[in-house]
Write a protein that binds this ligand. Sequence first.
Ligand code: ZN
Length: 375
Amino acid sequence: MSGEKNNITAPIRTTTGIVRNLTFLEHRTANGHPENHGRLEAVYRMLDQTDRLRRLVLVEARPAEEDEILLVHSAAHLAKVAATASRESTALTPDTIASAGSYRAARLAVGGVLEAVSRVADGRLANAFALVRPPGHHAERNRAMGYCLFNNVAIAAAYARKVLGIDRVMILDWDVHHGNGTQHIFEQDDRVLFVSIHQFPHFPGTGGFTDAGIGRGEGYSINIPIPKGYGDGEYTAILQALLMPLSAEFKPDLILVSAGFDPHASDSHGGMRLTPAGFAALTRCLLENAATCCSGRLALVLEGGYDVHTIGDSVKAVLDELSGATMSAVADIAATANPKKVIYALKRVVKVQRRYWKNLSRPMKIDCSGRTVHI
Ligand code: ZN
């Protein structure tokens, strides 16, 4: 795969896939529900208005097979979600609502993600972003939760391993909420490294620093729970400091991202301060990691993000990085971080994880706000 790295730095040669489909809008929640079809409508409108489709390759979604959903979910959970198709509205939890069109949308979301990941895995696409709903990362093996029906990213990771011949998968979850479902599905697995940066304390309440996995999977769950108020600089500095050493040691064959846009400064679901420039920097950071460790194989899946006025701009910033239209200056953005906030997170992560990761036991030097921070 020589020359792959050049694909990342030579914009013209990259091919970025997207999954979009109007069926995802048929998942109707409830009047005033934050996870509503207006979110994707805003994203799709951005795609049309900014002429992005010319540079992006549309990946056709297909309904996931039952066997594919059962890679991570129980038959009882699949049956429960399937049964919602016969009713106008079903509350799977007080805030996780399914309409008659939800099962169809959820199966198509999973299938769309699997198609995108398949194309990234075999090199037909350089990278991809599945713009789907319902979201997935709170969905547990046996239950819906937090607006999520099927765990799209977890199914994709399991599918990549069982069907696509991928051995190791790294999942980064930057949604403002902890990806409890994804972590629990893989917490005993040493072939899926789950890294989550999220607001804490916050819904769903899981994902503390010491929550590091179980049994053979100990050390393969890496949680970065941070108080509200972190912005572009801090997110970028923290992930830049952790991802490269981790991926150099774990050597993933594929990187998946649970891309939520609720850490945006104007999102009512969190207290973070990210802007499109921050999401672009995180994407660039991941592209660089993927280029170094897995021939650039990177696929993002939409999770949360509830401000319909800003989600389009945030997704646009990510797509511009993926397709090479822009090249975010990661180091410059990281350099704007508040050193205290970076030290708070990194010291605690390193303290827990250095017993599992040789590369995290080495001293770290990070430049932020004109200061060199030593961890
Ligand atoms: Zn979220």
